[in-house]
Design a protein around this ligand. Sequence first.
Ligand code: SF4
Length: 614
Amino acid sequence: FKARFWALTNQKSVCGYCGTGCNLTLGVKDNKVLTTVYDENQGFHNGQLCCRGRFGYQFINSDKRLTTPLVRKNGSLTEATWDEALELVAARLKDAGSSAAALATPRLTNEELVLFKRLMETAGSANYDHSAGYAHAALTEGFARSFGAAASPATILDIQKSDLLLVIKTDSYETHPVIGFEINMAVKNKGVKLNILSDKRGKLSKLPDAQTLVHTPGSEIAVINALAKTILDDKLAAGTAAAIPGYADLEKALAGFTPEAVAGQSGLTASAIKRLANDYAKAEKALILFPIGNAYPGHNADLASAVANLALLTGKLGTEGSGVLCMAEKNNSQGAVDMGFYATSGLNAGQIMDGCASGAIKTLFVAGENPVVSYPNRTAISAALDKVEFLVVSDLFMTETAAMADVVLPACSFAEKEGTFTSVDRRVQHIKPAIGKIGQSRTDFEIFGQLIAKLGGQAPATPATVFGEIAASAPGYAGMSYASLGETGAFAPVAVTAAFVVPKTVAVEPVAGKLALVTGSALYHNGTLSQFGEGPMHVCPEGYLELSRTDAAKLKIQENDLLNVASAIGSTKLKARITPRMPEGVLFSPYHFGAAAVNQVWSGAPVTWVTVTK
Ligand code: SF4
């Protein structure tokens, strides 16, 4: 820290890491963000921030920031002018037309996402997605089918107003720490009951009287179905449930999900399942929290539907302290859904990667994503990106994906731009620049607008103009303007309809001699920013493999041993971390490290079976 507090200029902003949407004040001097300034009057969280929000901002002024456009010449990325780089990108987008595709980080502002979509449409392509194809299907499909809206029918403020929290497959202390603080306060100060359903124990499980049910990996939907079945059998359903469309189909589909039947495959006891179902249904107000992220590709939508069924069956929806809150991973994941930046008629993220591999996609524009590290199956992703004829990356840093590109465009961080972000609970918040742009970098808003103009389209002049369009078209945003959002933002209300949807379950059969690998976030999310922040890197500097004491003893593994981890798709080396929270036979590894990358072995299935040797 290199300045006195009184020498700083303060700029109020919104944290750029996770979807909690915490407010913060950036302390600036000499065009550098030097700190975040504690302000107890700021936000629903009274100024509290987690490690990422408080100490993770060195990436903004990192000397590793990209500062000039780069164009590949004779095999090497070479400094170029903006005009040369953008002319090339525009020409390749135009040539590719419907064979062009785009992947965006949900850390772009709403206004940038709208412009990126418009750029692709101007080029003639409907192939655009954020991490939706891998993660966000829970909202775009699951909630849309069950609630008629791709948004959570609850807010973070409901946590402390509830009587019972059911937290599914997440440790909010790791993924959304300030939501973890809210849970902590609800439990300790308000006596809210805490139930956790997960494939491993986390920090939340240490809260007083927390009831944690640890199920076998992949069996979570079956367990939730068994909760629903118990609610029906024990006559705990709300009087309104039978009138909801799909009730008869759900009742029929749940016949095989008795607690006794599910107990065997899930590793839980039937009595524990029945106890949880009764506690949830009998609570006057109950809130379900569950995550989405790259950790659960493939069955997010069904997990969302299963969760929604519980709330619909018991009528715990639409009232204070009740509902379902889906904790989107990145700071504008909900905004990306609201702006429609996901596949509708075109290809989703996974299909775009397949298209790159097959040659069907000719030009790929990746804005702020790092698929080589954060998508499953690194070998296949790298091969696909190697195959695509023309790869453009806009980013703050020379990521593993940017290093493969034909053109690299230096983009701006949230601290250098204006726009809006939408939190997990649809709080729309306005950010303004705290510092000037670094080097020759441009905002993605400028980059997309300039490309639209080069393709002959009409580029809006300012983010405010685009936000006016958003307010006129995005459900729930009507009447909003930058002026009306002020410093506190405004909620975009969710209009919910209801339908029961029968979720698909996955059959996860144990494989003899192998261990079940699950992945997820450990403090970092996908690491594109946090790996350039000193605070998070101090706490957790590298990838690791977490395993139980029992498995460690069986395999004669000591803490920090370097392990060979192999699956059907590849192998990697990870350091051992032995903890009491892992059940026997289950391994965990965070997915966001470029080196010692677990996506060398992680296939993207709900469970990847691996062997571990020293
Ligand atoms: Fe930022 Fe999320 Fe931490 Fe809040 S909880 S400070 S939004 S990373």
